[in-house]
Design a protein around this ligand. Structure first.
Ligand code: DOR
Ligand code: ZN
Length: 345
């Protein structure tokens, strides 16, 4: 039985680092485990310009101790009015790594998102031309679509037609939650990939609703039924280069989660690698962990592999019930549980 696992330092291809006091509190958790991270732009106001992304990148670096070897990869929040020239300039100058498509109203701070992909056709054409990645929150937001069907309907109504129209566009279907999404990505060409969160590998929708409403298991897209979780576990641990690590760590103050209208988001950054590794071990696929965590993402983005190594040790790792942050508390994913591996900083 392996007691230590040493792999290339992983990257997180989808994270919310927030801003202000919350950024100060959470950035170090991501920087401790990951070399790079795709940083989501859904601040208030959203990061829609090169200047805003540059200044946000500086605030992230300032929130970390001097000399932390961590690189935030910045994204541009697309709106109906995004200027294709701004996107091109941001990418060519190395400020923007990707653009983020939030369908308007899909999730936290998505009100300025895109109301119809036809409105960003010019931006998408430029992205296809320059080889820039589009990160997609894949849910339709129409009131007549059941929340558990939002992702599957998005594939049919938005994603499939979009890729038919722009077959060369590089798309990351983010935080996928369904067997439908797994099958779509598997059968798509190599310019389409997906990230998978730890929570969607560990929990199904019962975790949110059985025995009481559990706001700390609520995120968007919501966890689905068990057959979808099993499909995600198969995909993540299969060794396929189309699937890679993206935590979607999304901190919200405890009181904002434990509320009559609780915020969507699971804070999983502090024990992300331990959480993912548990899944690979349970599936008998530890040998595929490095690919998922450290190789498939850079391969897709066309970025170099990290040369540094990190080690996880088979040791009990107790996850605290809460973590003090920004004058409040954050309840981490797996709060109060004991995980079987421990990351060695
Ligand atoms: O659960 C989520 N939380 N899903 C998202 O798409 C956004 C995120 C957040 O920013 O809180
Ligand atoms: Zn997210």
């Amino acid at each position: 039985m392996t007691d230590t696992l040493t792999i290339r330092r992983p990257d997180d291809w989808h994270v919310h680092l927030r801003d202000g006091a919350m950024l100060q509190a959470v950035a170090r958790h991501t920087a401790r485990q990951f070399a790079r991270a795709i940083v989501m732009p859904n601040l208030t106001p959203p990061v829609t310009t090169v200047a805003a992304a540059e200044s946000y990148r500086q605030r992230i670096m300032a929130a970390l101790p001097e000399g932390t070897g961590f690189t935030p990869l910045m994204t541009c929040y697309l709106t109906d009015n995004t200027d294709p020239a701004e996107v091109r300039r941001g990418f060519e100058s190395g400020v923007f790594t990707a653009c983020k498509l939030y369908p308007a109203g899909a999730t936290t701070n998505s009100d300025s998102g895109v109301t119809d992909v036809d409105n960003i056709r010019g931006v998408l054409e430029v992205m296809a031309e320059i080889g820039m990645v589009l990160c997609v929150h894949g849910e339709v937001t129409h009131a007549d679509i059941d929340i558990f069907d939002r992702e599957a309907v998005f594939i049919e109504r938005v994603l499939a037609p979009l890729l038919k129209d722009l077959p060369g566009l590089k798309v990351v279907f983010e935080h996928i939650t369904t067997e439908d999404a797994v099958q779509f990505v598997e059968s798509a060409p190599d310019n389409v990939a997906a990230t998978i969160t730890p929570q969607h590998l560990h929990i199904n929708r019962n975790a949110m609703l059985v025995g009481g409403m559990r706001p700390h298991a609520y995120c968007l897209p919501v966890a689905k039924r068990e057959k979808h979780r099993l499909a995600l576990r198969r995909a993540a641990t299969s060794g396929s280069h189309k699937f890679f690590l993206g935590t979607d760590s999304a901190p919200h103050a405890r009181e904002a989660k434990e509320s009559a209208c609780g915020c969507a988001g699971i804070f999983n950054a502090p024990y992300a690698l331990e959480s993912y590794l548990a899944v690979f071990e349970e599936e008998g696929q530890i040998g595929h962990f490095q690919g998922f965590a450290s190789e498939h993402g850079p391969g897709f983005y066309g970025l170099p592999l990290n040369e540094e190594r990190v080690t996880l040790v088979r040791e009990e790792c107790e996850v605290p019930a809460a973590i003090e942050a920004a004058g409040t508390q954050l309840v981490p994913f797996h709060a109060g549980e004991t995980l079987r591996w421990r990351f060695q900083p």
